[in-house]
Design a protein around this ligand. Sequence first.
Ligand code: SF4
Ligand code: SF4
Length: 438
Amino acid sequence: MIEAIRDSGVVGAGGAGFPTHVKLDAKVEIVIANGAECEPLLHKDTALMIRHADHVIRGMQIAMQVTGASEGILGVKAKRVTAIAALEKAIGDNPIRIHSLGDYYPTGDEFVLVYETAGRLIPPGGIPLQVGVAVNNVESLYNISQATAGQPVTQKHLTITGAVRKPMSTVVPIGSTLREMIDLAGGPTVDHFAVFVGGVMMGRLEWDLSRPVTKTTGGLIVLPGTHPLVERKARPEQAMHRIGKSACDQCSYCTEFCPRYLLGYDVQPHKVMRSLGFTATGSEIWSKWADLCCACGLCTLYSCPEGLYPKEACDKGKQDRKDAGLERWLGPTETVKPHPMSEGRHVPLKALIRRLGLKDYDLAAPWVDTDHHPRQVVLPLRQHVGAPAQPVVQVGEQVTQNQLVAEIPEGQLGARIHASISGIVTQITDAIVIEERS
Ligand code: SF4
Ligand code: SF4
């Protein structure tokens, strides 16, 4: 089964794209399915759980089987009533239970999810495996189920929403362009717009609509170019830090609402901000309080009353430290203890959406069978954590849908890539381009 998962190119569909065959090549007690879907406005995981509950549970059974887990937990928000009903029906008498999550951000953070669902706290700087847990996104579980039936990962579930005429959740061939996705959703409702790929909190801002949908694209949120979120995200990094240096009053709200700090981890963005003004103290001090940050963006986009950029300061701190070749976490690794106020300081999703100025876009994005068939796809060789895949096809070669086009480099961490349409390979650079020719 691990081989089938590897051969089919399954990676974490909800985040950075860690190769699933490597994650599952371990012994654990519990497999947790991440169905929290806490990024504002995204609904594709919910749609997938409703439409493919059987596959999600089958993927869970396989993940439990290969890891030797005796328990499976599905973390799903209590408000997802239809999805929970579909999953309950599919579970049958399997040793799998549903854990209903609150509607706050970020319930999907791995550390938060493992604590909420299994009551276990991952050691600082550690991974779920250290507490006997493996976490997989629900779409990854769906892909695991498909993989064992011989179907490689060539399609992506995603939500297309925001300033579009017909917000929707759907599934499309990997390598389709962002422009095609926006057209599928009826086109933009404004002339000048930008796209958040993967969500407004943890995704990236994209202006180039020829960029492709990849194995990790969870959703596209189209916003007017003048929307405050676009303006904030587009601000040059140096300007973010310059403003922070002069304006941060050390109120520490960013720390007081930080979900990792509230779980007991030593993340203190206000101290990272303080270090902006005292960089002479050296790189270790500068970044020490950022190392365990999960980049959820809450401090920058919700907590800071002055509209500063503590999350970006943490990003910079972590990067500087990495560039200096320093170990990621040098602090204590013993078990942490949640803050006494942790339960009372959750940030409700509705409050976050209001704060982000997204209330007008907080729409259902229902499932639509689009049957999108692009004439050309662009398949980046790196859609996952690890080394880029190595092409095993040539320019001019005819390939068929589902055919292997790029392999994991020998002995390295990576994932295979398969053709999402049939056609001719027209270009190979850092991506393989396939064109349908009639
Ligand atoms: S919340 Fe804002 S102003 Fe307050 S300490 Fe954090 S970055 Fe500084
Ligand atoms: S982005 Fe901010 S709120 Fe989120 S974990 Fe990092 S420091 Fe905490």
